[in-house]
Design a protein around this ligand. Structure first.
Ligand code: HEM
Length: 431
């Protein structure tokens, strides 16, 4: 399978062997894990012993991250994994007071911009506006720096998108004829030189903006320069890259769910928050929380995970056991597990209140963070370091939407980088 959206295998086997991607990796054989039982179990056994598993059998050129292997590419047993992950936990906790106010400021402006675009042209592209808002929000909230007041100006999202494309080229499907895509995109590692000057501009911004985090890095035994490149990678690739997929996906699923769900969300959100957006108020919004989990279940923003088996073990699927040998590269495509009809009723449908009340017991099968939703990232696992932050910002997007509007309409297309969503109306809140 060379595309980023694999098809289920023939013969009902949920543990087939396959190749990925076609020509750009030296040992393309991988074992795919396709049902919920297999995937949740195996995530605990997976390790990264070589650097290439973050992006599957393909490893982008190291010079695209200035020669440092950043946290995402490190196995938990490598000496730098724990200190680098600690540094990110420090960053997230030391900046937590800024997250809600900076989100409201930045995404408040985004919605004002979208409203005026709809008034002028009848529709507004969510993705483009979201890219700009996400980058500005991440820099303002996590670094305390406004890119618009730096040399970067509004170029950040463009520079990052190009840099990410060069790293992920062999894994993307752009919709060109498949022979052409295999030849041009999947067969070669795109040279990092294509984006060197863009990367240098981003690195300069991070070097100038990360002072207090760099002091903490030194305390943890990480050089300031290594910390700069890790912060850049996390904020630009993990966080910005994640929000680039997650937010349009969320708007798409909530948008498609229609006015009835919108009305219930607006009522819950406006009633519970009493005009203020706080973590505590958001905890008291079961439907809003469920809608966010459901969007992440039905379309996990980062669907592919890879890892090499640390030791021999047996993967239990719903129906059988399969022996996996130490050293085999395993590959999980989350939607096969998170839309497994034996775990989730009406698995292909977006059911907004799926995780309300009793439904919470299903959260252990929600895997977007590279682990069950009921578990937490630690320095000894590979679960997303930003798991809580991601949930918080996704919840805030829904809250911000329904504090402002009773309902909205969308047009959806698809592109190589996820859903393309255009807003065609935003109906102002009547509460
Ligand atoms: C916005 C949506 C996000 C999604 C969907 C997401 C998803 C993921 C996934 C699936 C992984 C595992 C990748 C793998 O190893 O195969 C991961 C790892 C990671 N994520 Fe996130 N992430 C998001 C945002 C963030 C944010 C905001 C941060 C930090 C500010 C972050 C930091 C990390 C780090 C550092 C790792 C590597 C963890 C380790 O190696 O132990 N992510 N993320």
């Amino acid at each position: 399978m060379t595309s980023s959206s694999p098809r289920p295998p023939p013969h009902n086997s949920t543990v087939p062997s396959t190749c990925h991607p076609a020509l750009s990796s030296p040992r393309p054989r991988v074992v795919a894990l396709l049902d919920a039982a297999e995937l949740s179990l195996s995530l605990r056994h997976l390790a990264r012993r070589e650097e290439r598993y973050f992006t599957g059998t393909f490893m982008p050129s190291l010079s695209s991250t200035a020669v440092y292997r950043t946290l995402s590419y490190l196995d938990v047993h490598e000496p730098n994994h724990a200190p680098l992950k600690k540094l990110l936990f420090f960053l997230l906790s030391s900046r937590r007071q800024s997250v809600i106010p900076e989100f409201r400021r930045t995404f408040g402006d985004l919605f004002l911009g979208l409203e005026s675009e709809i008034a002028k042209r009848g529709k507004a592209d969510f993705g483009e506006a979201n890219d700009q808002a996400a980058f500005n929000f991440l820099a303002r909230s996590l670094l305390g720096k406004d890119p618009l007041e730096s040399k970067l100006g509004s170029d950040g999202p463009k520079l990052v998108t190009k840099w990410v494309l060069v790293q992920l080229g062999p894994l993307l499907t752009l919709g060109l004829p498949s022979l052409l895509e295999d030849l041009v995109l999947h067969s070669v590692r795109l040279p990092a030189a294509l984006v060197k000057s863009d990367y240098d501009k981003l690195a300069a911004f991070f070097r100038d903006s990360s002072g207090p985090v760099l002091d903490e890095a030194e305390r943890l035994g990480i050089s300031r320069e290594e910390a700069v490149h890790n912060l850049l990678f996390t904020i630009c690739f993990n966080a910005f890259g994640g929000m680039k997929f997650l937010f349009p996906g969320l708007v798409k699923w909530v948008g498609r769910a229609g006015a009835r769900l919108h009305g219930k969300l607006a009522e819950e959100i406006v009633r519970s928050n009493g005009g203020e957006v706080t973590m505590r108020a958001m905890e008291e919004m079961p439907l809003m929380k469920s809608v966010v989990y459901e969007a992440m279940r039905i379309e996990p923003p980062v669907p592919l995970q890879y890892g090499r088996a640390r030791r021999d073990f047996v993967v239990e699927s719903h129906d059988a056991g399969f022996e996996i040998r130490a050293g085999e590269l395993l590959f999980g495509y989350q939607p096969f597990a998170t839309k497994d009809p034996r775990v989730f009723e009406r698995a292909e449908e977006f059911v907004g209140d799926r995780f309300v009340g009793e439904g919470e017991r299903l959260l252990k099968h929600v895997l977007w963070s590279n682990g069950p939703e009921t578990e937490s990232p630690t320095t000894s696992n590979k679960q997303c370091a930003g798991k809580d932050f991601v949930l918080l910002v996704a919840r805030m997007l829904v809250v911000e939407l329904f504090m402002r509007y009773d309902s909205f309409d969308i047009e959806v297309g698809s592109g190589p980088l996820g859903s393309s969503v255009k807003l065609t109306s935003l109906k102002r809140a009547s509460f």
